[in-house]
Design a protein. Structure first.
Length: 383
């Protein structure tokens, strides 16, 4: 039966299965897309980055056209693409019969053009339509529109599998066990006394005499096995009595009895508060009783409780607005800390000066001097 006026094909090879055709098509497309991606990267690296987009587009277009022409030549001349060679398929002419003649470059041009136009521009919808038409081919040749237009068919060229016929195993021979039988010779029949011959008595034939003389097979008696002697059961020793369970009342009492309270923990004794007096070179002096901030116009942070706000003048503006702070720690030590000033804070102990890091507290001892910019503070610990 012909479809759309086409003659019935005469290809005698096995028609390729749809799943194998799909895998071959996927392999070909992956190889092509990998080449296109490499061409696009090269075009971006060489042309697009150098503000030459036309050359980059030309490079990509030439690579796409070259890949398409190579696929056309391979399909038309031998019917073999990388995917079809990997899956054992081949594109042959629909009217080549058992010879499997290639379709030629001209028909392959039409076939590849239809595949290319119906793959990327239609987002794969055209390819799915081709596959559906091939699956619904009532001639059983699985030809899509591109195969019908090009007069091609995809066949399976793998060698047919050879199935070796299994040799029938000979029937087992019947084995006769002769150990249960013995050959018993028939007892000889005593010869009768001489009697007068009677003419009418029939004579015994030779066959009957040979049958009487033949040995008789008599089955040997089968020995019967004596019944097993019953073994008296071994008496099981009685289990030892279980120890009596503890009284429930005593267990409940033991659980309900409260544990003795832990010994009271003595409250920590507060550390003795030392009296520290600071004296500035401007004449200001006081006993530290809380947080003190120093600067040209010191301002506390939001929520910060300040006991002493020390405003100092600076002739060379080396003193920041809120330059530093100091306060008494929990152990009674006087601690000073620079609050990120511009010119920093310097500690002078026994004539040696050391710059303090920003926002790093430092403990002071009796007799220390602290420089805030161009101002100096003396530290004294009172008895």
């Amino acid at each position: 039966m012909s479809v759309a006026g086409l003659p019935a094909p005469t290809v005698e090879a096995a028609i390729a299965e749809p799943d194998r055709r799909f895998y071959a098509f996927a392999i070909d497309r992956v190889i092509a897309w990998a080449i296109f991606a490499a061409a696009g990267f090269a075009a971006w690296l060489i042309f697009f980055r150098n503000d030459n987009p036309l050359a980059g587009v030309g490079l990509i277009a030439s690579v796409v056209l070259g890949v398409w022409l190579v696929g056309t030549v391979l399909t038309g001349s031998g019917g073999k693409t990388p995917g079809k060679m990997a899956l054992g398929l081949r594109v042959v002419s629909d009217d080549s019969g058992a010879a499997g003649r290639p379709i030629g470059v001209g028909k392959a041009f039409v076939r590849q053009a239809l595949l290319g136009l119906c793959t990327i521009p239609t987002l794969g919808i055209g390819t799915a339509t081709f596959a559906w038409v091939a699956a619904m081919d009532d001639r059983g040749r699985r030809q899509g529109w591109h195969d019908r237009r090009a007069g091609s068919v995809v066949v399976d060229v793998r060698p047919p599998a050879v199935v070796e016929a299994e040799e029938e195993a000979p029937a087992p021979r019947r084995i006769v066990n002769l150990t249960t039988m013995r050959l018993k010779q028939a007892e000889a029949t005593p010869e009768p006394a001489e009697r007068p011959q009677t003419p009418a008595a029939p004579t015994q034939s030779a066959a009957q005499a040979e049958a009487q003389a033949a040995p008789t097979l008599v089955p040997a008696p089968i020995a019967r096995q004596a019944p097993p002697t019953p073994v008296p059961p071994t008496p099981t020793p009685p289990a030892p009595p279980a120890p009596p369970a503890p009284p429930v009342a005593s267990a409940v009492q033991a659980v309900a009895q409260p544990a003795p309270p832990p010994p009271p923990v003595p409250a920590p004794q507060p550390a003795a508060t030392a009296r520290w007096r600071v004296t500035f070179d401007t004449g200001q002096s006081f006993v530290v009783e809380g947080l003190a901030i120093v600067g040209r116009g010191p301002e506390p942070r939001p929520g910060e409780e300040v006991a002493h706000r020390v405003a100092l003048s600076s002739s060379d503006m080396s003193l920041s607005k809120t330059h530093a702070q100091f306060q008494i720690a929990a152990d009674g030590t006087l601690v000073v800390m620079d609050r990120g000033s511009t010119n920093g804070t310097t500690l002078i102990r026994q004539g040696a000066a050391r710059a303090l890091g920003a926002r790093r507290p430092a403990a002071l001892v009796d007799g220390d001097k602290v420089k805030f910019g161009d101002r100096t503070m003396d530290v004294v610990r009172e008895a």
